[in-house]
Design a binder for this molecule. Structure first.
Ligand SMILES: [Ca+2]
Ligand SMILES: [Ca+2]
Length: 141
């Protein structure tokens, strides 16, 4: 297997993974049922300046091409924070939004393996009802 080909559309399904550090990666599929760890690429959140990376990510859906523009698209459900100036561990999710990130393709067709989605221009397709937070524990006595 030639890992130099990891950037070219290869017909192998890739994995999109958010790790515990709240960073999102695309792991190219090897075609042998395993992702290429060494060829993974970090995908930066458009509002990463808030330093929370993808902490607000609640769902990832890869529905294929649904916006009619070339490239398979990404749908996410992401938190709306009560206050994003606090440390990540103190973030409070007060609402959710449904976002569509348009896919990018290379000339000749096929998903752009290095820059697979247009994160600069997400389309907010809906706001959800507020998430239910776990009830706060209160100490008595
Ligand atoms: Ca691939
Ligand atoms: Ca598309």
């Amino acid at each position: 297997m030639d890992e130099g080909d990891a950037e070219a559309p290869d017909g192998y399904e890739d994995l999109l993974v958010r790790l515990a550090d709240n960073k999102l990666y695309v792991y190219p599929g090897s075609g042998r049922g395993a992702p290429w760890y060494s060829a993974r690429k970090e995908l930066h959140h458009p509002s990463e300046s808030t330093r929370h990376f993808w902490a607000g990510l609640r769902q990832i859906v890869m529905p294929g091409n649904i916006d009619g523009k070339p490239g398979n698209d990404l749908i996410t459900v992401e938190c709306v924070w009560e206050d994003d100036k606090v440390p990540t561990k103190d973030l409070k999710c007060v609402n959710g939004k449904l976002l569509l990130y348009s896919g990018r393709s290379v000339s000749g067709g096929g998903q752009d393996q290095t820059d697979p989605f247009n994160f600069a221009e997400p389309r907010v397709t809906g706001l959800h009802q507020p998430f239910r937070e776990r009830p706060e524990r209160r100490r008595h006595g």
